[in-house]
Ligand binder design. Sequence first.
Ligand code: GLN
Length: 282
Amino acid sequence: MRLKAQKEIFVKTLEHEYPAEEVLSFFFLLTEAFFGIKRIDLALDPELEINENQVKKIDSALVRLKKHEPVQHIMGETEFFGLSFKVDKNVLVPRPETEELVQWILDDFSLENKVLKILDIGAGSGCIAISLAKNLPVAKISAIDISKNALEIARINAENNKVQIQFFQQDILQTEKFSEAFDVIVSNPPYVRELEKKEMYRNVLDYDPPTALYVKDENPLIFYDKITKLAKSALKPGGKLYFEINQYLAKETEEMMKKNGFKTELRKDIFGNFRMLKGELR
Ligand code: GLN
């Protein structure tokens, strides 16, 4: 079958489910992940043929996309900070906003020549810890997560990306203190409230792990509070705490950090939303 014909079926099947541009981008993400065929290859050879097995593979992806399963789950991997990460239902699909948080840490620390000790809290796929490890080769990085299944994926990702990270299964809310001191503590904890769910898409609502995303409306800063208090005694002098934050709670999150004695800085993401917060002990 011609790839072009398959593409037309694909677009037609999903036309009421997603914006047209997104459908096309799904199509080529899949052809590239499955068969190494890129958009340019079809442009250069409009008569390009795919075999029966390849047709079947695209058809089964189509069924899953119709149910709004994330394209990253269907590919089995995604890109973050130029690296490849295995993802499945056990980990939050890495988001582009989070790349900016990693970049902020690198901007602050890449010229540092001492051995940095870094802790990532709620590591998920490991995307933050692994991207930092890749770009700060002498850092000693630890990462914790409450989910055993997530840690399994994170360990595979560390191995695939050839970095050494110490992973621990740990519930941060039950943690009283850390036994070591760190130069950097970073976290992208759950921060989505019930009232924000109406803005979210089905691929997130139905497929991302709820433990990675949601907090109770009555106590949306529960993780930020706890981590800030732990960081107060676990950060080395000059150490810094970095958070990805809920844009609607930026001021409250910043205030909470200030009350705990931190000097703070808020930053917007590429979409113009307050998404990152840094704290330094005064
Ligand atoms: N930014 C993510 C989303 O909108 C939420 C990430 C989180 O809760 N830490 O789906």
